[in-house]
Write a protein that binds this ligand. Structure first.
Ligand SMILES: Nc1nc2c(ncn2[C@@H]2O[C@H](COP(=O)(O)OP(=O)(O)OP(=O)(O)O)[C@@H](O)[C@H]2O)c(=O)[nH]1
Ligand SMILES: [Mg+2]
Length: 371
């Protein structure tokens, strides 16, 4: 898709003061594939499943988020949300068609709210249906077509892809609450960028858990990209610094830095993110070029409260909505788009290496409501 290759200057982001350069960082070449890992240790370290990783390099796999593949994949992962929607809305229709009156509109509204799209979005869709179809006898397909169009309008956004720098490595910081899907999303994104010919360096900035470093190391090994790891409990900012340094020294196109999960209410940890930003900026004054907030789609409306604190505190530039495949709450993307100025850049469609797609409003709206 075109935007993967577009190079736009990022918007200026106010960062704090610079700080001392941290130490205690080691650099590693990509790790070789760990052999015969037990299911138990895989669970503990949240390693990606073997079969999905194996498909990463298999020719013909859907490694690239192309529009055609994207739509069918999106349709598949949104099936839970779509089933809820369609079944609920279909119940409002008689075989010969149904009159769009106040009762119908109120029923439609309450059924839309069940997709976790939130009251404001459901109201907007209901009002659009009222404007266009009131007092007419309509079919299910006609109403769904109207809803799809309105949803697409509401999801429309200007920028979708990564904002690449004009020169030097593009630095991407990945943040979010615990378990939202950060490390997995990094692995999938890194794989896609690597496959599209970009040189990628990963930074294992979650130094709290040894398993977190191992998880990212496995991804790097399988993808075949470089990774920078710190000693256990090293300062995450030092890992971030060394990751950017490594990216500069080897002429990498992209550096993606993982961070530990945190809540925006954890002041120390949020300050740590600030420090990471400052040290990264010390190396490249326009970095980080992207701060991606990973949200868990299965959290539904809770994902929004997660986003609210983070988007300001961490200076986020975009959202990755992970775990859409497991969610019947795909509608949550509507209030996310409505409440935040942040574009949704990627959606996570599963745990496999190919299960990430660039967000496409039209495909998403269609996959939510059409058959
Ligand atoms: N089904 C599905 N599972 C996902 C997706 N993304 C991540 N997961 C799973 O969600 C769990 C947590 O993912 P991680 O990537 O470890 O999440 P994290 O945010 O890095 O977690 P912490 O580092 O502990 O904060 C793992 O079991 C992943 O396999 C997705 O798009 N779909
Ligand atoms: Mg992680």
């Amino acid at each position: 898709m075109a935007f993967w290759r577009s190079k736009k200057n990022r918007e200026d982001d106010a960062l704090g003061q610079t700080s001392a350069v941290p130490s205690e960082v080691s650099e590693k070449q990509p790790a070789s594939q760990p052999a015969n890992r037990s299911a138990e240790s895989r669970e503990e370290s949240k390693l990606p499943p073997d079969e999905s990783i194996a498909s990463a390099s298999s020719p013909g796999s859907e490694a690239k988020p192309s529009s055609g593949g994207l739509f069918s994949k999106m349709r598949r992962v949104l099936s839970k949300t779509r089933q809820t929607c369609r079944t609920d809305i279909r119940d409002l229709f008689k075989s010969e068609g149904t009159l769009v009156d106040d009762d119908f509109l109120e029923e439609l509204f309450s059924r839309l709210v069940r997709t976790d799209m939130g009251v404001a979005s459901a109201e907007a869709i209901r009002d659009d249906v009222a404007t266009r179809l009131r007092a007419r006898v309509v079919s299910l397909e006609e109403v769904l077509g109207t809803i799809t169009e309105q949803t697409q309008t509401m999801l429309a956004q200007e920028s979708a892809g990564i904002q690449y720098t004009d020169s030097g490595p593009t630095v991407i910081l990945v943040v979010g609450v615990n378990g939202s899907g950060k490390t997995t999303s990094i692995g999938k994104l890194a794989n896609f960028l690597h496959q599209s010919g970009r040189k990628v360096v990963l930074g294992a900035g979650d130094t709290f858990r040894a398993a977190a470093v191992e998880q990212l190391t496995v991804w790097a090994g399988r993808i075949g990209c470089e990774i920078v790891t710190g000693k256990p409990e090293a300062d995450p900012a030092s890992v971030a610094y060394q990751t950017v340094e490594k990216a500069l020294s080897i002429g990498a196109d992209i550096a993606i830095i993982d961070t530990a999960g945190r809540l925006q209410t954890q002041v120390n940890l949020m300050q740590q993110l600030e420090k990471i930003r400052r040290v990264v900026e010390k190396k490249i004054d326009t970095a980080p070029h992207e701060v991606l907030l990973v949200l868990d789609a299965t959290a539904g409306q809770n994902a929004i409260s997660q986003a609210q604190g983070f988007s300001d505190a961490a200076g986020c530039t975009g959202i990755v909505l992970a775990k859409l495949d497991g969610s019947a709450k795909g509608g949550v993307i509507l209030p996310i788009r409505e409440k935040f100025q942040l574009p949704v850049k990627f959606v996570g469609l599963g745990e496999g290496v190919d299960d990430i797609a660039a967000f496409d409003a039209a495909a998403f709206a269609k996959a939510l409501f059409t058959q």
